[in-house]
Design a protein around this ligand. Structure first.
Ligand code: ADP
Length: 218
């Protein structure tokens, strides 16, 4: 599903990624950890189609991102990718279900289809009962789970999460990871989660550690 072959990304004299080769199978759930400056954000930016490698090959869902132009990368981000950030970025004026539906609204999906899909995902992340609530009525962990449902609603091939538990206490972080594990067990998408939390990283079936732009483990 994800394949990197000797991917290098250099910033002037810094090798942010130094010949990284990596394969992640469809439906796999991996966490990426490593000390500050090891290349985690660089890897996320490449997988997210926001940046291109200087050398090497990078495929996601059969698409060669290393050779893709701006239009192809934009289409990739819109249709094949879901992203979850540390801060949930839910729209305060919309209900939880409406927030989850939002990516489908832009795609012009019928209203009934949007609602069914949103509710199915809210059920998976344990938030069905909160569908009509506004974001400010939710806990941080609930907001993050709503953001995860929103990131999955257009059925992306790959879900990237950048410190999804970074703003949460341990109990809420556990609930978010439990939701991600459930998504992985149902093979809804392939999951790559960047975190600096060892406890969070250890919950995933596979861990990748980066050190100085190289994979040190995983
Ligand atoms: P992490 O996310 O693990 O903290 P990064 O991928 O942000 O690591 O950075 C890897 C290395 O590349 C670091 O040494 C960082 O200083 C450098 N780097 C990252 N982005 C840039 C940039 N835009 N310009 C110059 N150097 C950068």
């Amino acid at each position: 599903m994800v394949k990197l072959d000797r991917v290098t990304r250099r910033y002037s004299d810094v090798l942010a990624l130094d010949g990284v080769s990596l394969e992640i199978a469809r439906g796999e759930f991996v966490t990426v950890t490593g000390p500050s400056g090891c290349g985690k954000s660089t890897l996320l930016n490449l997988l997210g189609g926001l940046d291109s490698p200087d050398s090497g090959e990078l495929f996601v869902d059969g698409l060669a991102l290393h050779g893709a132009g701006e239009a192809a990368l934009t289409a990739y981000r819109r249709h094949r990718l879901g992203i979850v950030f540390q801060f949930f970025n839910l729209l305060p004026a919309l209900s939880v279900a409406e927030n989850v539906e939002l990516p489908l609204l832009f795609a012009g999906a019928p209203r009934r289809v949007m609602r069914e899909r949103a509710l199915a995902l809210l059920h998976i992340v344990g938030l069905e009962a909160r569908a009509g609530h506004r974001p400010h009525q939710l806990s941080g962990g609930e907001m993050q789970r709503a953001a995860i449902a929103r990131a999955l609603v257009h059925e992306p091939a790959l879900l990237l999460a950048d410190e999804p538990t970074g703003n949460l206490d341990t109990a809420n972080a556990d609930l978010v990871m439990t939701a991600l594990l459930k998504i992985a067990s149902q093979k809804l998408t392939t999951l790559v989660v960047v975190t600096h939390s060892e406890a969070v990283a250890e919950m995933a079936p596979r861990r990748i550690r980066l050190l100085d732009g190289k994979i040190s483990h995983g």
